[in-house]
Design a protein around this ligand. Sequence first.
Ligand code: ZN
Length: 179
Amino acid sequence: MRVRSAGKPNVEVRRSPRRQSTVSAYRDGGRVIVLIPDQFTRAEEREWVDKMLSRLAARDVRMRRTDAELTVRAVRLASRYFADYGERATPASVRWVANQNGRWGSCTPDDASIRISDRIMTMPAWVVDYVLLHEIAHLIVPVHSSAFWSLVNRYPKAERARGYLEGVAAVNGTTIHDD
Ligand SMILES: [Zn+2]
C-alpha cells in the first residue's frame, strides 16, 4: 500500500548480453536496478520490471513485519483502544511464531506475552490489527465472555476481520480456533 502511494520507483533497466534468462533486481539508493538479458523484447522488459517491483515490495512487507514492529504496533493499538485499562492491557512482548496449532494468535496473561501466527503476515493490516487486538483483550479478559467481546468490538473492523479469517480458514479447509 505504502509502496504504491509513493508512486513508481525510479527504475533503471540494465541489459546484459551475458544473461541468458535470469532476471534480478536490487535497490541502489532511491533507484531500483533491474538486470535483464539483452535479447528481451520491450514487452518482456515491461513485464519483468513489474514482476520484480512487486517482488521487492512483497519483501519490504516481510521485512517490516518483524517482532519489533509487531510489538510497537500492538502497544499503539492497546493505547488507542484500551487506554482505560492502562498497564493491564499493555503487552510486554509480541512475536511471530510458525506453529500455532491451528490458532491465529495466543497470549499468556501471566507475563503479558503474545504470539501471532505467521500465517497472517501477508494478510491486510486491518486483519493483523484485529488479531493483535483480540489477544490484547485477552490480557484483560482471558475467556470469550460478553465482556471480552465488547472490548474486541471497540475495534470498528472487528466483525469484518472475523469474517475474513473465517473465509480464509474455509478456503484452506482447516478449522481455526478463535483463540
Ligand atoms: Zn480469543
